[in-house]
Design a protein around this ligand. Structure first.
Ligand SMILES: Nc1ncnc2c1ncn2[C@@H]1O[C@H](COP(=O)(O)OP(=O)(O)OP(=O)(O)O)[C@@H](O)[C@H]1O
Ligand SMILES: [Mg+2]
Length: 245
């Protein structure tokens, strides 16, 4: 479904994404992990058109999308969430989500259809659908759900979820993992999930890609990932050769 090849992004003299290649298969739930600053969000921004690549190709459903503006990428069927939620605080929840539906349809959608889609998306993530429900008082976990609902309302074939659940407690993290698994199985969406906490993601993903300093250092099953020397080194530091004296 998605084929990324030789993707690079340079900020001045700094290579944030360095020659990254990978494929996403239709229907899969793929985990994209790596330490802070390893290039995960930048990779999403390159695919979603928020940033233009310095080099490389991004093909979606056979078409080259590299360098297209975000609204065109969205209308081709790629939805994305942002790591830092920034809802429209003055709009009710339902309108925040309905905006996603309008954005993806270039205006060719009625108000009632946009609201229907928004209600569906809100119900799926477990947020209130009432017309007067607002963002007031929503915590970190609920704001992440709102991000997901907004992306789902665009009706994507491929969902790029930049979750990074750092601020969530273990129960909320497990809930977020279940929700993404649900989105894949119930809506049939293909999902790439960015996260830097391995424990939350590993139980639900089919496959994992690991980035470190902008480079892909691993691709494979969650099981082999957890045993991979290089991945362990990146997350935990180098193993001692011999016990300390
Ligand atoms: N617009 C930008 N200009 C300059 N440097 C940037 C820009 N965006 C990201 N970077 C740098 O690129 C590197 C990769 O950042 P990125 O946000 O992709 O990391 P990440 O893997 O998503 O990290 P985290 O787990 O903390 O979310 C970081 O060193 C970051 O400071
Ligand atoms: Mg990030």
């Amino acid at each position: 479904m998605l084929s990324v090849s030789g993707l690079s992004k340079r900020f001045g003299g700094f290579l944030a994404v360095n020659q990254v290649s990978f494929e996403v298969r239709q229907g899969e739930l793929l985990g994209l992990i790596g330490p802070n600053g390893s290039g995960k969000s930048t990779t999403f921004n390159l695919i979603a058109g928020t940033l233009a690549p310095s080099a490389g190709s991004i093909r979606f459903d056979g078409a080259e999308i590299s360098g297209l503006p975000p609204y065109r990428v969205c209308r081709m069927g790629i939805g994305r969430t942002f790591q830092i939620p920034r809802p429209f605080r003055k709009l009710p929840l339902i309108e925040n989500v309905a905006l996603g539906a309008y954005y993806s349809q270039a205006g060719g959608i009625t108000q009632s259809e946009a609201r229907r889609r928004a209600e569906e998306a809100l119900a799926l993530v477990g947020l209130p659908t009432a017309a007067d429900a607002t963002t007031h008082g929503l915590g970190a976990a609920a704001l992440k759900k709102l991000e997901l609902a907004r992306a789902i309302a665009t009706g994507p074939k491929l969902l790029l979820a930049d979750e990074s659940l750092g601020g969530l407690d273990p129960a909320e993290m497990a809930g977020a993992a279940r929700l993404l698994a649900d989105i894949r199985s119930r809506l049939g969406m293909t999902v790439v999930w960015v996260e830097h906490i391995m424990g939350a993601l590993m139980p639900v993903v089919d496959r994992v890609i690991v980035l470190d300093h902008g480079e892909k250092i691993f691709e494979g099953s969650p099981d082999t990932c957890a045993r991979d020397e290089r991945v362990i080194e990146v997350y935990l530091g180098r193993r001692r050769e011999s016990p300390p004296p």
